[in-house]
Ligand binder design. Structure first.
Ligand SMILES: [Zn+2]
Length: 94
């Protein structure tokens, strides 16, 4: 009988831990996106990966110290860069 109760508590603890971990994960992703500027029109190209980013994209910051500035998506694509999947540089500006 008490073993059954303990098992129930164990499951409840695991569910709680998963919920806490998920909350921490989703808020860290949110913070990542908060740093991405959607008001700037210029883009930053990462010559190492060949992707271009919005200013402040965490992918670019993690990478290679800033990158190359382009004045538009078109300018970045003309140099052979591809849009980042994280910061969606081709998406709408605010
Ligand atoms: Zn990016």
């Amino acid at each position: 009988m008490s073993g059954h109760v303990l098992k129930g508590i164990g499951v409840a603890v695991i569910v709680l831990l998963l919920a806490v971990a998920y909350n921490m994960y989703s808020s860290s992703v949110e913070n990542d996106f908060k740093d991405i500027s959607r008001t700037e029109a210029y883009r930053m190209g990462d010559h190492f990966t060949g992707f271009y980013h919005r200013p402040g994209c965490p992918k670019l910051q993690q990478a290679h110290g800033g990158g190359i500035r382009f004045e538009s998506n078109e300018a970045a694509r003309a140099e052979g860069y591809s849009p980042c999947k994280r910061c969606d540089p081709d998406g709408p500006n605010e």
